[in-house]
Structure formats: C-alpha cells, structure tokens
Design a protein around this ligand. Structure first.
Ligand SMILES: NC(=O)c1ccc[n+]([C@@H]2O[C@H](COP(=O)([O-])OP(=O)(O)OC[C@H]3O[C@@H](n4cnc5c(N)ncnc54)[C@H](O)[C@@H]3O)[C@@H](O)[C@H]2O)c1
Length: 625
C-alpha cells in the first residue's frame, strides 16, 4: 500500500502523492480534506478524436494551465499546427476556433463600460502546444492523460475479442521512464477492466521509486458532437484507488473539470467501476440499436411501421427516444470493440451466458446488414449480374469524416459476393482518398480479388455521376444532405398498395439541415461567449462572434505539404442532394433502398422512385403481407 508523502514541485509548491502501495483506504464517499496537488502542466498523449478535442476544451477553460498534446504521428501534429484550413477534425463544430484561441492566443479587445466608455481587455496567451515530443511533454507534466487507441486485438491471445492495449502500454512505459515525481496518470482511453491496476503495476515495476497515482477518466463524447459533449457532458467519471492519495489525485482532476462543469456531474467511483461503466455504456447503446433493428425486421414482414413503433416507444419515459432509430446497423470505432471487450471479460470470468447475451448484439448487427442486402438483391430480380449499385454514404454516421467500422463497408462487401457489374460510392463528408484507401487496404474490399485488377468499385465526388445509369441507390449514412424534403407544389401520386407509404416516413424526415446544425452551434457559442467574455457589460458582438478577437492567420507557405496533399472533400456540407436530378439519372424503375429512413417515401414516389425503407413492408413485392 502506498505511503502518502509531501514533496516540493519545481515551483516550490506542496504536492501530495504516493508510492504504489498506499495508506489505509478511505471509503469512496469520503471526500478528502483539501486538494494539495498543484497542477500547472498537463500532457495529453494521443492527438486523435478524443485527445485533441479534450485537451483543447480543457485548455480553453483553464488558461493558467499549460497543455502539451503529443502524438507519434508527424503528419497529424503538422496538421494540428497548421492553418485552420488543414486542421484535423474540422467537421467538429467549434473545435477550429477553440484551437485557434488556445494554440495561438488572442488579441486584446475593447469592452464597453456602463458610462459608454471603453476599456481594453488584454488578449489571451497561448496555452496549448501540439508536438511529437512525447518525452518532453511527459517530463514536464504534473498530470498525463492517456488518449491512445485501444482497438480489438488482431492476433495473439484474445484475438478478435480482447482490446489491443499495445499502444497504451507503450505510452505507459514512456510515462514510467520520463514522468516527474508525483505525476497523476489519467486513463482516458477505453480500457479493459483492471487496466488501471495493471498500469500501476507496470509503472512500479519499471520505476519502483516513482510516486504517482492512476485515475480512470473514460470519455463519453460522440464523434461529430465532440465539442458540445465536452462542454456539456452528462457526467464525468473519475475512477480512483481508495487511498488518501487516490482521493487527492481525484480532487485535483475534479478541480480542473469544475472550471466549466457543475460539481454535481462529477462522479468519483472506483477505478474498476469506471472501467466497467464505460464498456457497459457503449454496450447498452449498441444493444438498443440491435434491439430496434430486430423490431424493424419484424415490421418489414408484418406491415407494422418502425417509425410509428419508435415514436410509441420513445415517448415512454422509461424507455426514452435516444438510440432507437432503426438502420442497417451501428458502426464506428467504439461500439463493436467495446461489446467484444465485454464479451471477452464475461467469458474469461466463466460467465458464458452473460458473454453470449452481449455477443448477440453483434450478431444482430451483422444480421441487419445481410437482411438489407438480401432485400436489395430480391427486389433487383434476385440477381445483381450486370447491375450497377450506387452507395450514398460511407462514413459510419453523419457529421464525421470517420469511416472506421462503417456498415457501408460491410454492405459493399456483401454486394461484392454477387456478380455485381459496378458499385459507385459517394459521401458528402468523407475524403475521397480515404474511401479509396479503405477499399484497397489489406482486408479491404478488393483483397483476395487479385484476379480482378480493374476494380468495379469507384468513388465519386458528387451524387449525380455516382448514380448515372444506376439500377439502385442505397442510402447507408444518415447525412442530412440525403433527405428528400416535401415540395408542396408537386401533385400527390396514388400508392400502389395501401400501406401508408405516401405518408412521411417519420416526422424526423422534415428536420432540415439548417435547423439541426444551427442549434448545435448556438449551444456551443452561448457557452463560449460566457467564458470568453465574462464581463457582464460586454457589448461587443459576443453572441454572434464571441471569438472575434482571434489572431489573423498567416497564409500557408508556398511549399505547404497539406495544400499539396489537398484533401478532396466532395460537395459542400450544406448542399442537399437534388433527388429530382437523381431521378433523371437512374435507370427505371428508380429503386432507392433507404437504410437509414432518410427520405420521405411519398415525396420520392412523386419523383418516380420506388423506395424500400428499413422497417417498412415492401409495397412492390408481389407477396407482400
Ligand atoms: N472516437 C471516439 O468517439 C471515442 C469516444 C470515447 C472514447 N474513445 C476511446 O478513446 C481512445 C482513443 O480513441 P480515438 O478515437 O481518439 O483514437 P485515434 O486513433 O483517433 O487517436 C489515437 C492517437 O494516439 C496516437 N498514439 C498512439 N500511440 C501513441 C503513443 N505511444 N504515444 C503518442 N501517441 C500515440 C495515435 O497516433 C493517434 O493519433 C480509444 O480507447 C477509444 O476507444 C473514443
């Protein structure tokens, strides 16, 4: 057990820390007297989807702290240090401005006083640095957040199930080698249960004399909403070891969060509980999607409508409406791996039934994709021979360029099992080069197809060339750009069968892109304006432009590598697909298979399409119920 002790930090302030081992364990409810840990310098290891936004928001709200974000990827760090045109994750609303404020600092601004005079508010100093200097970042830090990837293990024991903690262990070794006395190690990555204990053991083994603490602080942000989730989290979990030094470390971390998050939202629990809560949160969200997807399959065979069932279920407070949208299944880098991680944990604890229960969530996800593809094949006369299929949507969900574990990949893979003539792919938010790389990567769509060097899968920068002469359009991502909005001028068309297909597929079909985007931004901006213009009497244009004192950016140098490696995002993010135009391109009878319930079936019919939607019985099938 650890022996609590006091040492002096370089600034001569008192810090309380422990050696692995520890003092008598107080209970988790017991709040420790005072936070003696003086945190001045923080290092985030990993500048990816979690590390960089988390570091940026933390830096924004804690201007007195110096934050280093370190990553082993030179290309990624170069982009984080670049002109805002090349910043990674620039689809995350608000992130670019926050990076500019914290990384570059701001200019002084004029504030209006009560008597209509003006006073100057000083600019802000930069406090966020991106670099590849892992050693330097860790060495200076009082607190190190580990935010590296933990994918499913592809080889060795537990392959296909357990989390690959290789990158994390490498980062932990770096901490053990270079960290300063009293360092607090914060696990932000999603980790297997028991990892905090293992990290503790690893560090003590490598550097037995080091005093340190390990906290679990799993992240719950969703890609595409990272800034909003970080600004307004439902809760912050801080897992700690039940020692006095563990409590002091947790208090130090909580103090940082309470600069912008209410104290009541911070839950201090044990390390193991925090680790398990994170895995379970993702598993339960995935489970809800699989649950509703099984019901959507039943709807397709009974004539019940999934949109109506969803509304009925979602309005029950005990159930709630979140994660109840039927579709072709969940994707993304987290859900599958975290469910697998839970299955692995349960089976390794000899709880086979519990493991099987969670495994079924993944089986349903695969079933749903196959079911969708089978429906496509069956409507196209039972064969894809000589058929062209256009895919609309490659990312795993709207609002992100991330296509890790996207269901679109699996749909295309299923389609390729058939003698399909051509598959085209269009996505409004994913770099064309990234889609091409995913298709051609080892294990990608074309692996094992060496006999077919001329690929029949092509990537397009607009929906109209993608669907030219297509036999079917498949909507696979819930991009708002894919919605077909009602046109009051268009005459209605009689339904081929009375299944109510002429009605909107769901009230959500009418949510416009502008509405959803602006409410998100408003929420972010109002938060930022409070923080960035704290003076009550600030009459500057804080609401419309709270970051108006951003420093002007320098243009990219002539030899800018990122300009030369131009990312090729297709059409502008707020341009809707013109379905009328699509209707002139596709082959008759204009099949559209809506895997995300994005289009208004009635409106599409007026344009001459035949729509098959998830969770809705077919009106075109001769033997439909
Ligand atoms: N992506 C999400 O939406 C999300 C949400 C919540 C939690 N998480 C969890 O957070 C963790 C990180 O996920 P992510 O999506 O940010 O991953 P990511 O792949 O986007 O980023 C990880 C970064 O860590 C860097 N890295 C790896 N090893 C390193 C090392 N030893 N030193 C320095 N840098 C190193 C990589 O180069 C990469 O840039 C994972 O455990 C994930 O499960 C992710």
């Amino acid at each position: 057990m650890a022996q609590a002790k006091h040492i002096s930090d370089p600034q001569g302030k008192k810090m309380s820390c422990s050696k692995a081992g520890g003092s008598p364990p107080p209970s988790v409810e017991q709040d420790q007297s005072s936070n003696e840990m003086d945190i001045k310098n923080i290092c985030f290891v990993g500048a990816g989807h979690v590390g960089a936004p988390s570091a940026t928001v933390l830096a924004f709200f804690n201007p007195a702290l110096h934050i280093n974000v370190v990553d082993i990827s030179e290309a990624l760090v170069r982009r984080w240090n670049s002109n805002s045109r090349h910043l990674p994750l620039n689809d995350e609303q608000g992130l670019c401005d926050l990076v500019r404020v914290t990384r570059d600092g701001t200019l002084p601004t004029l504030l209006w006083t009560d008597d209509d005079g003006a006073m100057e508010r000083p600019g802000r100093k930069p406090n966020l640095v991106f670099s590849n200097d892992v050693k330097g970042g860790v060495r200076e830090a009082d607190m190190v957040f580990l935010c590296v990837e933990t994918p499913t293990r592809s080889e060795g024991e537990g392959a296909g199930m357990a989390a690959d903690t290789g990158s994390l262990e490498k980062a932990v070794k770096d901490v053990a080698r270079w960290a300063k006395e009293g360092v607090i190690v914060v696990l932000k990555s999603t980790v297997p249960v028991g990892m905090a204990r293992r990290v503790r053991e690893m560090i003590s083994m490598i550097r037995p004399t080091l005093s340190f603490e390990v906290l679990s602080n799993p992240e719950f942000l969703a890609e595409g909403e990272a800034v909003r989730n970080l600004l307004e989290p439902d809760r912050v979990l801080i897992g700690l070891s039940m020692t006095s030094t563990g409590h002091a470390a947790a208090l130090a971390l909580a103090d940082i969060y309470t600069t912008w998050i209410d104290q009541e939202k911070i839950q201090k629990i044990s390390n193991t509980s925090a680790e398990l809560a994170k895995l379970t949160a993702n598993a339960m969200l995935a489970q809800r999607i699989s649950s509703i997807n099984t019901i959507s399959a039943i709807c397709e065979r009974t004539g019940a409508e999934i949109a109506e069932v969803q509304t009925a279920l979602g309005s029950d407070n005990r159930i709630g409406a979140h994660f109840l949208q039927a579709g072709i299944g969940f994707g993304g880098s987290c859900f599958q791996k975290d469910v697998l991680n839970l299955v692995h944990l349960a089976t390794s604890l000899d709880l086979r039934d519990a493991g099987d229960y969670w495994l079924q969530v993944l089986q349903i996800n695969r079933f749903q994709t196959r079911n969708f593809v089978q429906r496509v094949i069956s409507r196209l006369d039972g064969s894809l021979a000589d058929k062209k299929v256009a895919i609309f949507g490659w990312t795993f969900k709207k609002g992100t360029s991330d296509a890790r574990e996207t269901r679109s990949f699996h749909v295309v893979k299923e389609l390729l099992k058939e003698p399909v003539k051509e598959i085209t792919i269009f996505d409004p938010g994913c770099d064309l080069a990234d889609i091409r790389a995913a298709i051609r990567s080892p294990g990608g769509l074309e692996s094992g197809k060496s006999e077919c060097p001329n690929s029949n899968v092509t990537v397009h920068d607009n929906p109209y060339s993608a669907c030219q002469e297509a036999d079917a359009v498949l909507i696979l991502t819930d991009w708002e750009q894919f919605r077909c909005l009602p046109d009051p001028e268009r005459p209605s068309v009689a339904n081929p069968k009375d299944h109510g297909v002429g009605a909107a597929s769901s009230p959500a079909s009418y949510i416009s892109l502008g509405h959803t985007a602006s409410s998100g931004v408003r929420s972010i901006i109002s938060k930022l304006s409070i923080r960035d213009s704290p003076e009550q009497n600030d009459r500057s244009n804080a609401f419309t432009n709270p970051l108006g004192h951003l420093k002007p950016e320098l243009p990219c140098p002539a030899d800018c590598r990122d300009c030369n490696n131009k990312t090729s995002l297709p059409m502008s993010a707020d341009v809707q697909v013109d379905w009328k135009r699509v209707s002139t391109k596709v082959k008759s009878p204009g099949w559209v298979f809506d895997g995300r319930n994005m289009v208004n079936v009635g409106e599409m019919q007026k344009l001459g399409f035949r729509v098959e939607a998830i969770g809705k019985a077919s009106v075109w099938e001769s033997d439909a119920y």
